[in-house]
Design a protein around this ligand. Structure first.
Ligand code: NAG
Ligand code: NAG
Ligand code: NAG
Ligand code: NAG
Ligand code: NAG
Ligand code: NAG
Ligand code: NAG
Ligand code: NAG
Length: 498
């Protein structure tokens, strides 16, 4: 089958398997799309992907008295391995570890060049790696980046013995949260890994990530100034219409809402504005990134598409155009209506069963934001077009509503400070780590965007989005993206020299 047909097949299978699930958790939740920030849940299943393998892992690495264990998923591709060659480990992040990464992606090109042994380790609590019988708040106590890093450390020791790789060089890879893990792993366990690629890695934990919408604004602004103006006008008109009962009915129709608007229900209203802004956030974060190979269904929709709709007068006034963007994305994700009810989202995120929709990763990631990272994309930045309708308090409230009253704002603030104390935030001290960052990716604001040192360089990729350098190369890639991949390959080459 031709490559193009194969991609189309992935896409249609992904739509069948996942698109039709009428989830009540928004497609874009706290900057995390379904499937995780790097990766889609779709394992195409019909091409020969390496099988799942299992490794016995400790539940609590930091309590010797607790001897409980669980099975952690990993997979490997040893096709390129030459004796003495390096070992590449793709660290899993906040979604299922998709085996497609073992046959595709920029790192596979590097593996072919360097004769590397490739492994992918799934992150605890995501995908099929279930350390506890369910995801109750009590059981989620063992979900943390520190436990995950120690998982990787123990895994490396195991791999060295099992595959006779004791004298080989090790390099970790990751993108987004798993990019942070990749950098932090080199920081915390430099004796176990010789270098790390930390793509689009947020390393600074922050409760109020208000900068996010600022980058979304700037990225939409690359198409000209009218896109943001049109959105701003749409939001003002939208909120005026919300105040008038008859107009609310119109909005319900225009925006294909699943439920009528209860205008006095503040969390519903905040969630509606936030979900509609999410239409733009998701597209900006992943603009033109060659993700189609992973089963992503929204890769044809770009910033240009959305901004063209926002300026298309034949669609009606700005509110109608904002609604047209919403319809396009509902159709793209095969959703009949927009479910914006706060209570249904929270009820879904409270489900603790491994087979619930929340187990796809929404609940687990939400937990990690409440106890480690924050990173709430609030509307608190004044100079952005989406209005001030979903303030930080709206995100913070969700922690308490989902996990219990202990998760207050000051609890989250303390947790976030502890994370930065632990890893160093922007000031982390590392060598042999490269930090690629895309200029239109909102996450770059929490990342390393300047060389830390000559041994910890940042790579600026003009005009690219979240994790673009990790996806398979395309003839359409910009010169800068091509150069970034070459630079990263040069870094790896330096790290693995004997
Ligand atoms: C393990 O790897 C080393 C170095 O590549 C090789 O010399 C040795 O024969 C291998 N041992 C086994 C049991 O395969
Ligand atoms: C490893 O990846 C290459 C490149 O995609 C592929 O041809 C090969 O079949 C893979 N090997 C395994 C064991 O999956
Ligand atoms: C504007 O919208 C109309 C109606 O959907 C469509 O036919 C037309 O192609 C659009 N124009 C542009 C420039 O996208
Ligand atoms: C989810 O799992 C539980 C027990 O593990 C089972 O009783 C239930 O039927 C499952 N639900 C679905 C939708 O598969
Ligand atoms: C960052 O480091 C890289 C590699 O050492 C170097 O090529 C590049 O010029 C540096 N950039 C800046 C702005 O110093
Ligand atoms: C990034 O690209 C844009 C448009 O192609 C260009 O205007 C801008 O100068 C570039 N910035 C850098 C730092 O290369
Ligand atoms: C490259 O861009 C052209 C024009 O936008 C498009 O038709 C083509 O499908 C793209 N090729 C790939 C491999 O993405
Ligand atoms: C090292 C480097 O060039 N970093 C860039 C990362 O992206 C931001 C935003 O575009 C740039 O300002 C940095 O210069």
């Amino acid at each position: 089958m031709a490559r193009q047909e194969l991609l189309m097949l992935f896409v249609s299978i992904a739509v069948v398997l996942f698109g039709s699930v009428c989830g009540r958790i928004p497609n874009m939740l706290r900057g995390r799309p379904k499937g995780g920030m790097l990766g889609a849940p779709a394992n195409p299943g019909n091409i020969n992907l390496p099988p799942d393998m299992w490794f016995t892992q400790k539940l609590d690495h930091f309590n010797e008295a607790d001897t409980r264990t669980w099975q952690q998923k990993y997979s490997l591709n040893d096709t390129f391995h030459t004796p003495g060659g390096p070992v590449f480990i793709m660290l899993g992040g906040e979604g299922p570890a998709n085996a497609i990464w073992l046959v595709e992606g920029a790192w596979i090109t590097y593996a072919a060049k360097f004769g590397a042994f490739c492994l992918q380790l799934e992150h605890r609590y995501y995908g099929k790696s279930h350390p506890t019988p369910d995801m109750s708040t009590k059981n989620l106590e063992y979900l943390s980046s520190e436990q995950a890093l120690m998982d990787a450390a123990v895994f490396i020791q195991y791999v060295k013995m099992k595959f006779n790789l004791t004298d080989n060089k090790f390099v970790t890879f990751g993108g987004s949260y798993s990019g942070s893990l990749s950098g932090w792993f080199r920081e915390k366990y430099p004796h176990l890994v010789d270098g790390a690629v930390a793509t689009s890695a947020p390393v600074f934990a922050k409760v109020n990530f208000l900068e996010y919408l600022g980058v979304v604004r700037d990225s939409l602004g690359t198409t000209g100034s009218t896109c943001n103006q049109n959105i701003a006008v749409a939001i003002v008109k939208f909120s005026n219409m919300m105040a008038i009962p008859a107009k609310r009915g119109m909005l319900e129709k225009l925006f294909r809402l699943c439920d009528p608007i209860d205008h006095y229900n503040a969390p519903d209203v905040a969630n509606l504005y936030s979900t509609l802004a999410g239409n733009f956030e998701g597209i900006v974060q992943y603009n033109k990134d060659n993700r189609a190979f992973e089963g992503a269904v929204d890769t044809k929709v770009t910033i240009d598409t959305l901004c063209e709709i926002m300026s298309n007068e034949s669609l009606g006034c700005e509110v109608h155009r904002y609604a047209a963007v919403n319809s396009l994305l509902l159709d793209t994700y095969s959703q009949k209506c927009l479910d914006y009810k706060y209570s249904s989202m929270i009820n879904d995120l409270k489900k603790t069963d491994w087979n619930s929709t929340a187990a796809e990763g929404g609940r687990q990631w939400m937990y990690q934001t409440c106890v480690e990272f924050g990173w709430y994309q609030s509307s608190d930045l004044s100079d952005q077009p989406f209005g001030q309708h979903f303030p930080l308090s709206f995100s913070v409230q969700q922690c308490a509503d989902i996990f219990g009253s202990k998760f207050t704002k000051s609890f989250i603030q303390d947790s976030v400070e502890k994370t930065n104390t632990n890893y160093g935030g922007y000031g982390l001290k590392v060598t042999n780590v490269v930090f690629p960052n895309g200029s239109i990716d909102p996450w770059h604001k929490m990342g390393i965007t300047k060389n830390l040192s000559s041994l910890a360089p940042a790579v600026f990729i003009n005009g690219t989005a979240h994790c673009a350098n990790m996806y398979p190369p395309s003839p359409n890639d910009s010169e800068q993206l091509v150069q970034a991949r070459t630079f990263i390959m040069g870094q790896i080459s330096d790290w693995i020299k004997k």
